[in-house]
Unconditional design. Structure first.
Length: 164
């Protein structure tokens, strides 16, 4: 219709028809609806928990840095981030491993393997004879490690490295 209509008169009074919400009003909640959304509250709570866990993890890494030397800090930290259950185990193991090797320096080193599963080695840097190091490692194994090896999920190896 390309004509000009001077006056339109509806046959029905539309002011009495209830107003239904438009489609975009159903999809886009108002700010007050967001505040009362239980899913949004849940997501915010989970995000807060993740941030708290990251802070605790960073503190645990700082603790490990005081206990062990890192062969490559970036590589070791990346390994620990992707294998977070290893961190409390290494912290718990430290006094036992350190005592077994009379306070010798301890090193954390990520072992690159051809397969996708990688391990982290906790190495006692030993300047003595090999037989004594073996006896000390056996002592550590019997006194603590054998009871806790299941916590490592195959990701941790405790060993020694002979220094010259």
């Amino acid at each position: 219709m390309n004509g000009i209509i001077d006056q339109q008169t509806p046959s029905r009074d539309w002011t009495t028809v209830p107003r239904l919400p438009m489609l975009h009003e159903n999809i886009q909640p108002t700010s007050s609806a967001k505040a009362a959304d239980p899913l949004n509250d849940l997501l915010e709570g989970l995000e807060h928990q993740l941030q708290e866990q990251d802070r605790e993890f960073d503190l645990s890494i700082k603790t490990l840095v005081r206990m062990y030397m890192f062969s490559d800090r970036r590589e070791v930290t990346a390994f620990l981030r992707s294998n977070r259950t290893v961190v409390p185990l290494l912290i718990e193991a430290f006094p036992h491993f350190n005592r077994s090797f009379n306070g010798t320096p301890l090193l954390l080193e990520v072992m690159a393997e051809e397969s996708e599963s990688r391990t982290i080695n906790a190495l006692a840097m030993w300047w003595g004879i090999r037989e004594e190091a073996r006896a000390r490692l056996r002592s550590f194994d019997n006194s603590w490690w054998l009871e806790n090896v299941g916590k490592a999920n195959g990701r941790v190896v405790f060993d020694y490295q002979i220094e010259k």
